[in-house]
Design a protein. Structure first.
Length: 357
């Protein structure tokens, strides 16, 4: 078969491992040929391709990023975009497509499937918030990176008796914040699923200071929200500007800086902010992510040869399974409440009423 492959959305460690696994098994076991579409769906729309053979994938397993490059392109937002993509796929003799990406990439894949494209999805989101799968590759590497950063700021926070706010990725779900916060021994963990009262956070830090713990580490997901009313769960994320990408997402950023400023003002304690940003996306994938990405790649190419399309490979427990694309994109997967309770059980409880200051 002649099979297309693309990587869409944000980059993350492990993308090259998926490409490598797909191509190696496809060529060595099925005698397939592969055409890579550059920069995600943009490459399909603009017909930007490269041949992906054994030479192209040599040595890419430990490399971050993606040899196919990526973008956040939504052809459905362009006049005749989906039809043009279908035409370009036919022009390249593509009999099936493997799309590697998150909910945005999968949503386009579903639209293309409805138009008759034989497509299989591979789940990719560094935030680990795609429905239907227990883990996405890249997440483990990001957590390791964030945890190492938290370990490092711990020592300087203690030495200078500071509060340090560490802002990590997590637009709609706080998986990275919870995992790295637990692993790094954070004193406060703030996630999008639970809007927070800034005064309660400040009181927790004041309580630590009163007990002789003269430093604190706060881990906050970029999409965490200030509660507009402490008695409700409403809130809005902090954004850098109001512009949106082609999938309607605003650019988040600034929660850590605002939080640090407010905590210093309310507690009188020197507070600094660290934004990990794209450091979490870069670098070599962890061993876990290399193995998981390879399993996803093998699962995807096997699925193509089973002729079962309109699905995404997924991890359930220790098994690679498939789910319909529509099940993967219908909503964002929140942090498991039991995991949140683990995090809350390891840190000081927020008092129900402010202590005397």
């Amino acid at each position: 078969m002649r099979i297309g492959i693309l990587t869409g959305g944000g980059d993350c460690p492990g993308l090259n491992a998926v490409i490598r696994a797909v191509v190696r098994k496809g060529i060595m076991h099925y005698d397939d040929q592969f055409v890579g579409f550059m920069e995600g769906w943009r490459g399909v729309f603009e017909n930007k391709t490269m041949e992906v053979n054994m030479d192209a994938i040599a040595g890419i397993l430990p490399r971050g990023g993606t040899i196919l490059r990526t973008s956040r392109t939504n052809p459905a937002k362009r006049e005749g975009g989906l039809q043009r993509c279908m035409e370009n796929l036919r022009t390249n003799g593509v009999e099936a497509l493997i799309a590697i990406g998150g909910d945005d990439t999968m949503s386009v894949a579903q639209r293309m499937y409805e138009l008759g494209l034989k497509v299989v999805g591979v789940p990719k989101t560094i935030d680990n918030d795609l429905m239907g799968t227990d883990f996405c590759f890249g997440f483990d590497t990001a957590v390791n990176t964030a945890t190492e950063a938290i370990d490092r700021v711990h020592t300087t926070a203690e030495a200078h008796q500071r509060v340090i706010v560490v802002e990590v990725m997590g637009r709609d779900s706080g998986w990275i914040a919870v995992y790295s916060g637990i692993a790094g021994g954070a004193d406060v963990i703030l996630i999008p699923e639970r809007p927070f009262d800034i005064e309660e956070v400040a009181e927790r830090i004041r309580m630590r200071h009163a007990r002789g713990r003269y430093f604190s580490i706060v881990v906050v997901a970029e999409g965490a929200k200030f509660a507009t009313d402490a008695a409700t769960a409403h809130g809005a994320p902090v954004v850098t500007d109001m512009g949106k990408d082609e999938f309607g997402h605003v650019r988040l950023g600034g929660i850590g800086q605002i939080l640090a400023h407010e905590l210093e003002r309310r507690t009188g304690l020197e507070t600094r902010n660290v934004v990990l940003g794209h450091i979490q996306r870069g670098g070599s994938p962890s061993a876990f992510d290399r193995v998981l990405a390879s399993r996803y790649g093998i699962g995807a190419i096997d699925q193509v040869h089973k002729a079962e399309f309109g699905v995404m490979v997924a991890l359930r427990g220790t098994d690679i399974v498939t789910i319909p694309l529509v099940d993967a994109i219908h909503k964002t997967r929140p942090v498991d409440p039991e995991l949140v309770e683990v995090a809350m059980g390891l840190i000081d409880p927020i008092p129900t009423a402010p202590a005397n200051k």
